[in-house]
Design a protein around this ligand. Structure first.
Ligand code: CAA
Length: 279
């Protein structure tokens, strides 16, 4: 199994991924250029670990787990990693730039994975030397609680890289599903149009925020309503995913204007304190 892993990007996905790796006693570096983001990530990880420990979901105590995580704002620390997981914001140009930087810093046998929710791995692989070591490793939010990881093979991914990532996922006590490299893969191809439709139902005045979520919780047994889930994921991320679906699959996937409006206003969900709900 890997003994040194790097996670790039200390947002809610990156910090959750670093946490679940550290919980399995693997040394992990959480790298972000922003010291503030690293500080917030550390607090979130501590809170999450304390909860999981109190509930006996993890056996290592939170301090032991935290000792497995190095928080760093220096990109160069990634150079000895056996696996780098990119978890920067869902923006193709940014991810291509980061992939290129990773490729010029690590050795040729480092596996490079992306936590992208929707962007083509085959295109990201084109940004690196030895593209056969690139694949998608897509965790779900909140990472410490959600069982699933989608593994996406780029056209270039070798069988051995794919196999190592499958084994790693199982080692993390997660389950995986495999998807072809198509916009949104499995989960977001199905989930995001549903969330987008919930926003249309709101925009058209058909029902209130509360009733839309209540309908899907009590009517379809969802653990949370689609609008609360959008707030948890981040409305900016939801919009980026819808745009990737629209670009790749056509106008059936056009983002709802109200979703675009909220993102433009900086109303991004839980992380900004205001989305469809207030926090
Ligand atoms: N770490 C540890 N504990 C956590 C936690 C975390 N990160 N997040 C929540 N919890 C705890 C809460 O503190 C709470 O603990 P207490 O019971 O002790 O208060 C417990 O989990 C349950 O939480 P809540 O009471 O707030 O609410 P809940 O029972 O509804 O569970 C949930 C929360 C697990 C998030 C559940 O609502 C759920 O499964 N929601 C759906 C999430 C989902 O669909 N995720 C996938 C999104 S798609 C995606 O991620 C892909 C993408 O690319 C966008």
């Amino acid at each position: 199994m890997f003994s040194q892993v790097t996670v790039l990007g200390a947002g809610q996905m990156g910090s959750g991924i670093a946490q679940v790796i550290a919980q399995k006693n693997i040394s992990v570096q959480l790298v972000d250029l922003s010291e503030d983001a690293l500080k917030i990530a550390q607090e979130k990880i501590e809170n999450s670990l304390n909860k999981l420990y109190q509930k006996k979901i993890i056996t290592l105590n939170p301090n032991e787990v935290l000792r497995n995580i190095q928080f760093s704002s220096e990109f160069s620390v990634i150079k000895n990693s056996e696996l780098v997981i990119e978890a920067v914001p869902e923006n193709k140009e940014l991810k291509l730039k980061v992939f290129n930087q990773i490729s010029s810093t690590v050795t040729s046998d480092t596996i490079i994975a992306s936590n992208t929710s929707s962007i083509s791995l085959t295109q990201l692989a084109e940004a690196v030397s030895y593209p056969e070591r690139v694949a998608g490793l897509h965790f779900m939010n909140p990472v410490p609680l959600m069982k699933l990881v989608e593994i996406i093979r780029a056209k270039q991914t070798t069988d051995s890289v794919f196999k190592k990532l499958c084994e790693f996922t199982i080692f993390l006590d997660k389950e995986f599903v495999c998807s072809l490299d198509r916009p949104g893969f499995i989960v977001n191809r199905i989930l995001m149009p549903m969330i987008n439709e919930a926003v249309f139902v709101l925009e058209e005045g058909i029902a209130s925020v509360e009733d839309i979520d209540k309908a899907m919780k009590l009517g379809c047994h969802f653990p949370m309503g689609p609008l609360a889930l959008a707030d948890l994921i981040g409305l900016d991320t939801c919009l980026s995913i819808m745009e990737v679906l629209q670009e790749g699959l056509g106008n059936k996937y056009t983002p709802c204007p109200l979703l675009k409006k909220y993102v433009k206003e900086g109303r991004l969900g839980k992380k900004t304190g205001k989305g469809f709900f207030d926090y």
